[in-house]
Design a binder for this molecule. Structure first.
Ligand code: HEM
Length: 470
């Protein structure tokens, strides 16, 4: 039974600010309009009934589709009967072009083995040890900003992409990308811009051998990545063989040394490479968007700028491992940010067999779409769903949120392996920025969310920054 999440008494009546979001369509779009809108901005496809009804059955040109936004049914798809629901072709293709044997898109036994080997690498303790690396990247960012002088205009979206890539470099390859770093950054941007566009051929279910123009462009970019990453991997393998006691404490060492506890098998060369690329692809853009939206939302809320400012002045003096756990208000801002603007705005699965979801019949081959964006703004699940209010994520209100009503990182066996890493990173970087800078949106800039693989601000996010006097 659906229940609107209860919030504390002081929660009600405050927090009126509703950040920009497309107004839901009055009724579901017809096939032509749907394909056109999916190509332009999939976020604009959702109709009001999706935000008001638990499960909506619909037809796409590719067949029977169920749009599922009821926590009990979601639990069944992602957890209780997860074996019956496989990641679907479209999602795998859009999210992971070219990374077919990385954790994000592997299936069956290959996925199970990889997940078992990789899980310890993203355990809390390992992630906490990355605090200095993450803070190092955050400090490098704010130091660079300090050099720009007061009232400088920056593109926050580009800056956040830069700092999260720096975190990737410091945590995966602690000895850096080397001389290719700038080329790798450029290749990354091209890659995301290209795979972000959903081809109408994908929606129509055209087979893989029909070339998509956009994919042809990605191919050479991906080849460039692979060569650059291969160079770093082989240099590290050699180093580990020659000087095992001096192994850098980073994700690359962990991946090369990881062994399955039962079989003692490590990962093949191509699995290591695919997973490195997967971590970059899955972790860099998502966290960058989280930070961009968080800065935007803070720029619109004096109350939360002040609250976070007080917290970082008090807590950030000594950035030791575990510090992120003490930044509870900063973290609540991050969690509310990815409620309103979940970087992965939709997940999809294909039913392998008939099933029943809260009374709705699922047929073998049905496509199940779960959109965290719709779920997090569902009228039956949240009070004032479109309003920005991080208090939802502070005790005691936090405990009232159903595990399956809030899914920025998914759920069940395929939930995000990097969630602890991402939350810690976003919290630390936002805290470091808030300690040193105040910022405001460039006047007259219209902010608008758009979905290109990840949910990001269209046309960047220009802001005017000045050093903060705490
Ligand atoms: C705010 C940042 C992030 C968000 C919102 C996010 C979101 C997600 C979501 C929703 C899924 C599940 C997709 C599905 O079930 O269909 C997922 C899976 C995954 N994420 Fe993340 N992610 C983030 C950061 C990261 C980071 C930092 C890494 C790694 C360094 C990472 C690596 C992965 C991998 C490897 C998977 C596939 C797991 C599997 O299938 O076993 N993500 N992520």
């Amino acid at each position: 039974m659906l229940k609107v999440i209860e919030q504390t008494a002081d929660f009600a009546g405050e927090a009126r600010y509703c950040p920009p979001a497309p107004r839901p369509q009055p009724r579901p779009l017809g096939p032509i309009a749907l394909i056109r809108t999916l190509k332009r901005n999939p976020l604009e496809c959702w109709a009001i009934q999706h935000f008001e009804q638990p499960i909506v059955a619909g037809g796409l040109p590719i067949g029977h589709v169920l749009l599922v936004h009821e926590p009990g049914a979601i639990r069944r798809v992602l957890l209780d009967n997860a074996a019956n629901y496989r990641k679907d072709r479209l999602q795998r293709r859009v999210l992971s072009a070219g990374l077919s044997d990385g954790l994000l898109s592997a299936e069956g036994e290959q996925w199970r083995l990889q997940r078992r080997v990789i899980a310890p690498i993203f355990a809390r303790k390992t992630v906490m040890d990355f605090t200095p690396a993450m803070m190092g990247a955050a400090e490098a960012l704010v130091d660079r900003w300090a050099g720009l002088g007061d009232h400088a205009t920056i593109d926050v979206a580009a800056e956040m992409a830069r700092v999260t890539l720096d975190v990737v470099e410091r945590t995966i390859f602690s000895d850096g990308f080397g001389s290719d770093a700038e080329d790798i950054r450029l290749a990354m941007a091209t890659y995301f811009n290209t795979i972000g566009k959903i081809s109408p051929l994908d929606i129509l279910g055209a087979p893989d051998f029909i070339p998509r123009f956009s994919r042809l462009r990605v191919h050479s970019t991906l080849k460039f990545f692979e060569a650059a990453v291969d160079k770093v991997i082989s240099a590290r393998r050699q180093f580990l063989a020659e000087q095992p006691d001096r192994a850098p404490n980073d994700l690359l060492t962990h991946l090369l040394e990881a062994r399955d506890a039962d079989t003692d098998h490590g990962m093949s060369e191509s699995e290591v490479r695919s997973n490195i690329l997967t971590f970059i692809a899955a972790g860099h853009e998502t966290t960058a968007n989280t930070l961009s939206w968080a800065m935007f939302l803070l720029s619109q809320s004096e109350e939360w700028r002040e609250r976070v400012g007080v917290e970082v002045d008090r807590e950030l003096a000594d950035p030791v491992p575990g510090i992120a756990d003490r930044l509870v208000e900063t973290r609540a801002v991050i969690e509310e940010t990815i409620r309103l603007y979940p970087p992965i705005a939709a997940m999809s699965r294909v039913a392998l067999d008939d099933d029943d979801l809260s009374g709705e019949r699922v047929r073998r081959g049905s496509l199940i779409v779960i959109s965290p964006y719709v779920l997090h703004r569902h009228r039956l699940l949240w009070q004032r769903p479109d309003a920005f209010d991080p208090r939802r994520f502070l005790a005691p209100a936090r405990a009232t949120i159903d595990r399956f009503a809030y899914l920025p990182f998914g759920a069940g066996p395929r939930k995000c392996i990097g969630s602890t890493f991402a939350l810690q990173e976003a919290t630390l970087v936002l805290a470091a920025i808030m300690k040193r800078f105040s910022f405001q949106l460039k006047p007259a800039h219209a902010v608008w969310p758009t979905l290109r693989v990840t949910l990001r601000p269209a046309n960047g996010l220009p802001m005017i920054i000045s050093r903060r006097r705490s």
